[in-house]
Design a protein around this ligand. Structure first.
Ligand code: AMP
Length: 398
């Protein structure tokens, strides 16, 4: 199936060709025709499946066809589509996608997020903007300041809904939705459809078409997942060893705390490995610069806390490393989704020490298989990590 068969018009097809996409991904095949028909969608799809294009392309198509260029003029402070995202990084990335896919259209868009001066946002809204991508907190702030109105809104997108709820945005989201016109299209995307997400969907979206894209593990073996058991005190030495000996060209390294991130960067520096850290305390400008440098390959090793790294679109990343195994299974799934994206192969490596055993069991149960283990003779383990229960064979079957 081609993008043209999905019902997209020439300017969008031209942009897609320019980006080198050969054919739509599964979520795009399923969601784009439904979204173009104006129906509501609740979709279970992770980052890395091409979900962004599956809502951005129909929105661009809709704005382009519904509002012919001559009558396109928006009233001041009005918007036609609102995309809510959990983090500023994701807001920026989604807006970048809009700019890319909309290169041959004249549709305006902006990203709006907290942590920066709000004056430019207000200024930008004065003449109206077709598509606003925003984090809930800053958007609510703008609403309170009467910087934008929703009476011309056609579409609402809740992107990474599960994450927005995890991050405690439910009240903000409810307050925002209360202000939207009832007659609108709703598109909800979430890596997992948890009970909370279901609740949100039931309250806000009626008659939705449900789409579920199997998590990558079920559809491809493109992510080479493996783990190393390691004593906590040996982790940084092990990481340095792998970077130098494997060798690893680039890696996104997840760590639990920002203090841990700073410490690891200096431990790596002592071993002549230059790394950068990305955490929530860094200013917006610094975070954006670091991300751009990492994407461009100027930074080879990026040590990131979960929150700071959430929603990063790093393109065809070779490798993620769980230096600290995440507490939540969903986080593990999200993280490995950063690699092996849309056709590219990738590697996901986890460092597991004895006190991670329970988390490991939960992760492996969700995956439905144990994660392959590798050993490095240079790093013998004092505190062994048992093989999780999945491998348990009852005595009488031995
Ligand atoms: P997303 O899941 O939206 O974060 O997209 C993951 C990555 O896949 C992004 O880098 C997109 O540019 C890329 N992508 C999206 N759709 C396609 C496609 N049809 N073919 C190839 N790459 C794609």
């Amino acid at each position: 199936m081609s993008f043209a068969q999905l019902g997209l018009s020439d300017p969008l097809l031209q942009a897609i060709t320019k980006l080198g996409y050969n054919e739509p991904t599964e979520i795009q095949k399923q969601a784009i025709p439904v979204a173009l028909s104006g129906r509501n969608i609740i979709a279970a799809a992770q980052t890395g499946t091409g979900k962004t294009a599956s809502f951005v392309l129909p929105i661009l198509e809709m704005i382009n066809t519904k509002y012919k260029v001559t009558e396109r003029k928006l009233r001041g402070k009005r918007i036609r589509a609102l995309i809510l995202t959990p983090t500023r990084e994701l807001a920026v990335q989604v807006e970048e996608s809009i700019a890319q896919y909309g290169e041959f259209l004249s549709v305006s868009s902006m990203a709006m997020y907290g942590g920066v001066d709000d004056a430019p946002h207000k200024q930008r809204l004065i003449w109206g903007v077709d598509i606003v991508v925003a984090t809930p907190g800053r958007l609510l702030d703008m609403i309170h300041q009467r910087a934008l109105h929703f009476d011309e809104l056609d579409v609402l997108v809740l992107d990474e809904a599960d994450r927005m709820l995890d991050m405690g945005f439910i009240e903000d989201i409810n307050k925002i939705i209360e202000r939207l016109p009832h007659d609108r299209q709703n598109l909800l995307f979430s890596a997992t459809i948890s009970d909370d997400v279901k609740g949100l969907a039931q309250r806000t979206i009626s008659n939705a078409t449900e789409i579920a894209i199997a998590p990558k593990r079920a559809t491809s073996n493109q992510i080479d997942q493996w783990l190393i058991t390691v004593d906590k005190t040996n982790k940084s030495a092990l990481l340095s060893h792998l970077i130098k000996e494997q060798p690893w060209e680039q890696a996104l390294i997840f760590i639990e705390t920002k203090q841990g991130a700073a410490k690891l960067v200096s431990q790596l520096a002592k071993r002549d490995i230059q790394a950068e850290s990305l955490h929530g305390d860094r200013t917006q400008a610094v975070r954006e610069k670091i991300l751009a440098d990492f994407k461009a390959g100027h930074i080879k090793y990026l040590v990131a806390t979960g929150i700071a790294a959430r929603g990063l679109d790093i393109g065809d990343l070779d490798r993620v490393v769980n230096y600290d195994l995440p507490d939540k299974v969903d986080d593990y799934i999200h993280r490995i989704g950063r690699t092996g994206r849309a056709g590219a192969a990738g590697e996901a490596v986890s460092f597991v020490s004895k006190d991670n055993f329970r988390n490991l069991c939960a992760i492996e149960s969700r995956l439905g298989h144990v994660i392959k283990r590798k050993e490095f003779v240079e790093f013998p383990v004092k505190k062994t990590v048992p093989v999780s229960i999945l491998n348990f064979v009852p005595k009488n079957k031995r």
